[in-house]
Write a new protein. Structure first.
Length: 263
């Protein structure tokens, strides 16, 4: 394609927002053919980008069941998270998303706070069900938009949910990947270590190393994180936004200029 063709397409389609690239990246991880199937996906509260990725997957025609805890209408849960934990314990949730105030190189999560227990430095929102979900869900995608040494640390101050467990400790799964505002890391539970899978635009291996508090592996030349396709962008800016605008009005207004209609 010539330079003039690229310029013409850029004029037809608004620039890709970083958030749109992250959503498409999460969607591709959900559909990763090398991972266990994601038939039933749960998304916790205040997670607009993981929720958008799930809607993108579903609206692209993949037969997935979505349980969105933060959905204001049509929420499948009548008793909140108790039902989510019951389903997960029964092995009926295949994929969940988690983040943390701190995440370290062994995929340990800290949702308690910094400093000695009980985290009396900077307080985080609390662990809630993160440890249970991390142990009992076959796949967990870690997501934290901020990529800095204060978030991605060598060792978390407090472990809310461990990335790996000692032999003989039952757990169904662990982290599949960590998606940040700079890159995608793949997690390798056999060696409790991340490797760099792709770089977002403008980033290099050195820039990611500088912003990351834990060591990670680099296996050959690291590719660029793919842009969303035109079909994905059309869905995100159309029907995905339609599905999300009631639950995440601020996000939809900021990214897509859409606001929920007044009741």
């Amino acid at each position: 394609m010539s330079a003039s063709d690229h310029q013409g397409r850029a004029a037809m389609h608004p620039a890709i927002a970083p958030e749109e690239r992250l959503i498409a990246t999460l969607a591709r991880l959900i559909m990763d053919p090398s991972a266990p199937p994601a038939r039933h996906i749960a998304v916790g509260a205040a997670s607009p980008m993981p929720a958008a990725a799930c809607w993108l997957v579903k609206l692209m025609g993949h037969p997935v069941k979505l349980s969105l805890l933060h959905k204001r209408s049509g929420n499948p849960f009548t008793e909140g998270t108790r039902e989510l934990f019951d389903l997960t314990g029964q092995g009926r949730i295949d994929l969940f998303f988690l983040g943390g105030g701190q995440i370290d190189g062994q995929a340990n999560l800290n949702l308690v706070g910094t400093g000695e227990w009980p985290g009396m430095g900077v307080r985080f929102p609390g662990s809630f069900g993160s440890a249970f979900m991390y142990f009992m869900t076959p796949r967990t995608i870690l997501f934290r938009e901020e990529h800095s040494p204060r978030v991605l640390v060598e060792k978390v101050d407090n472990i809310s949910a461990p990335g790996v467990s000692a032999p003989g400790v039952f757990r169904r799964g662990t982290a599949q990947a960590l998606v940040t505002g700079k890159c995608v890391f793949r997690f390798h539970p056999d060696r409790a270590r991340f490797s760099l899978e792709s770089l977002h635009p403008g980033e290099t291996v050195d820039s990611v190393r500088e912003a990351t508090g834990f060591p990670f592996d680099v296996e050959g030349e690291v590719p660029a994180t793919p842009d969303p396709s035109e079909a994905e962008l059309a869905l995100l800016r159309g029907t995905v936004c339609d599905e999300m605008v009631e639950t995440y009005p601020e996000f939809c207004a900021r990214i897509w200029g859409r606001r929920a209609e007044a009741a």
